[in-house]
Design a protein around this ligand. Structure first.
Ligand code: SIN
Length: 355
């Protein structure tokens, strides 16, 4: 065979291989950790019947619905759990935090996307915001319509989440939650709709940013401690302290509070009325709880605003802590982690002002 021809082929092969390697090397490396939820939900394909089973679709099949995702990042997928997020628990949280910390400590991982059901997404997001020790982007995402539904929102949300995680502008902002074109801080985001695709909001502060055509734009910075500035850690833990939530209402009884104390709760979050106010019987029960060493945090059942100290309830005198603007489910996450460090009332109050 003509040696010039062979040389020509070899040069072409080496050049093509080089281009391929360069293209691969230039794209960020994003790992998707799948936990289940509606984004991986399966129902009757194309049917208008919205019934489905959450968490059925494995990660590789989830990715098949979004082929363009491979143009913006080198993707690896791992299945951490396969559950509806109503079944989310401390064990999955601890596993997720440990795996994210392990992955992000590596030079060949640039960002993480967590796929997750929407029901408890805000809690997992805040838990990771406090326990991930890296400023590389971590984005949590879900969907309100199952993978088989007409107009499923999962593929677009997943594509956006990867685009956000792949963008250097997303670094150093703590854990981000992204769905329906909006990017929220894990600390501030909350679920506000049971079935609609516009299911998340930040009651007091709005989104940090927006995403359009796969390009995130940020408008706000966050001031509270998170990720590398957080001194909270779950390293080597296999369980978290038991903290429960009690819901306030007119004519409330002390039954639930006493029952939680008797069942061994280390902390109680009171979803009080208004500015975390307490029905008199509930206040008495919470005072009994404090006397037994249980930490009591007042939050509110009201969607927006803050639960403040120095108002109708004298927290310092009663030994209670105010949650600031954290809703009851977020306050529970923070208290679980803070109880690993201290039970001192004043120090715990400080955490609620800083995190
Ligand atoms: C879940 O949270 O897993 C079910 C609901 C959803 O993902 O939207």
């Amino acid at each position: 065979m003509n040696t010039h021809l062979i040389k020509g082929w070899m040069i072409t092969i080496i050049f093509t291989f080089g281009l391929f390697t360069l293209a691969f090397a230039q794209k960020p490396n994003i790992t998707i950790l799948a936990t289940g939820g509606t984004i991986a939900g399966v129902g009757q394909a194309g049917s208008t019947d919205t019934r489905y089973t959450a968490g059925k679709l494995p990660i590789d099949q989830l990715l098949n619905a979004v082929p363009d995702i491979h143009k913006i990042a080198n993707i690896k997928g791992e299945q951490i759990a396969q559950i509806g997020s109503q079944a989310m628990n401390d064990q999955v949280w601890l596993k997720l935090a440990a795996r994210i910390n392990e992955l992000l400590s590596r030079k060949d991982v640039d960002g993480i996307v967590v796929t997750h059901g929407t029901d408890t997404q805000e809690e997992t997001a805040y838990f990771l915001n406090l326990t991930v020790k890296s400023s590389k982007p971590v984005v949590i995402v879900g969907a309100m319509r199952s993978s088989t539904a007409i107009s499923a929102d999962g593929p677009k949300n997943l594509y956006d989440a990867v685009a956000i995680a792949a963008d250097p502008k997303s670094a150093g902002r703590g854990v981000l939650q992204a769905m329906n074109d909006r990017i929220y801080s894990a600390r501030d985001v909350t679920k506000i709709n049971t079935t609609g695709v516009e299911a998340f909001q930040s009651a007091n502060f709005g989104p940090l940013g927006l995403i359009f055509n796969g390009k995130p734009a940020y408008y706000h910075a966050i001031t509270r401690k998170h990720t590398i500035t957080s001194d909270l850690s779950t390293d080597k833990l296999d369980k978290l302290p038991k903290v429960d939530i009690v819901y306030g209402y007119a004519n409330m009884t002390a039954t639930a509070i006493d029952a939680f104390v008797n069942s061994g709760s280390k902390g109680i979050i009171m979803a009080g009325v208004g500015n975390g106010n307490l029905y008199p019987e509930a206040e008495e029960a919470l005072k009994r709880a404090v006397a037994k060493g249980v930490v009591v945090v007042r939050s509110s059942r009201v969607f927006s605003g803050r639960t403040t100290t120095d108002s109708e309830v004298d927290d310092k005198a009663l030994g209670f802590v105010a949650s600031d603007d954290l809703n009851p489910q977020k306050a529970r996450v923070l208290l679980q982690l803070v109880l690993l460090k201290t039970t001192n009332r004043d120090k715990i109050q400080q955490y609620f002002f800083e995190y």
